[in-house]
Write a protein that binds this ligand. Structure first.
Ligand SMILES: *Cc1c(COP(=O)(O)O)cnc(C)c1O
Length: 230
């Protein structure tokens, strides 16, 4: 796994560099999150050994034993849907929760973070594809939602996260990302300069995401190979 990871990472970095060059951006402005969901703890160790210190996991139950085993060798990002009754644990395990999509969840994160004496970085998850079955705050409600949560204690709101529409139509993907970038800029007007992360783009669509202003891409398959199932 280690050799394949190193090779995939080199390829990925090359593709990021090329995408950045094409749109006149600096590759240093793109953070890679290695998405290790469904893979064992060794996947995290391998990523960290190669210098990828941001790790994404989408299910609390699966992530917990890995994080407990490895400890704080990386920054752990929760990228999957989070239920309110799991927030206490999530606040202990994760440095950043990218999937904040309801006021109830945000308040619970704040409350549990205060209790734990931690500050948790949070992103608002935006439903940019406007598919009703998808998680995330609706595009036209995102700015109001930001205003409601950004001053909650011990919750540090630093960005937006979105999952692109599940389609091969590049124009649809681009349009969704474009809208999120616009919201990101508007969000900065509300939150201030600490609002710095636009987490969008996965293995299949990160080039479009970079062209549309992403600062953080979440790559699983492209680094570790395909998952059996999620
Ligand atoms: C699984 C997952 C990813 C990574 O997807 P790949 O296509 O394997 O790169 C990114 N973001 C979220 C929210 C995910 O659940």
């Amino acid at each position: 796994m280690k050799d394949r990871f190193a090779k995939n990472l080199m390829e990925l970095n090359g593709q990021i560099a090329q995408a950045c060059e094409e749109c006149d951006r600096d590759a240093d402005d793109i953070t890679v999150i290695a998405v290790t969901k469904t893979f064992p703890a060794t996947a995290i160790s391998i990523a960290v050994a190669s210098g990828v210190f941001n790790i994404g996991e989408s299910r609390l139950q699966d992530a917990e034993p890995k994080i407990v085993e490895l400890g704080q060798i990386a920054r752990y990002h929760m990228i999957g849907h989070l239920q309110t009754n799991k927030v206490k644990k999530a606040v202990e395990l994760f440095d950043c929760i990218q999937s904040v999509d309801s006021l109830k969840l945000a308040k619970e994160i704040s409350k549990r973070a205060v209790e734990a004496g931690r500050t948790i970085e949070c992103f608002v998850e935006v439903n940019s594809s406007e598919e009703p079955q998808k998680n995330g705050v609706a595009l036209d409600e995102t700015l109001d939602f930001i205003k409601q949560i950004y001053q909650l204690p011990n919750l540090k709101l630093t960005g937006l996260m979105t999952i692109g529409p599940h389609t091969i139509d590049e124009n649809k993907i681009r349009a969704a990302f474009h809208k999120c970038h616009h919201l990101f800029k508007e969000g900065k007007q509300i939150v201030g300069n600490g609002f710095t992360h636009l987490s969008m783009g996965m293995s299949s669509d990160f080039k479009i995401a970079i062209q549309e202003g992403s600062t953080m891409i979440r790559v699983g398959t492209g680094l570790f190979g395909s998952r059996d199932k999620t």
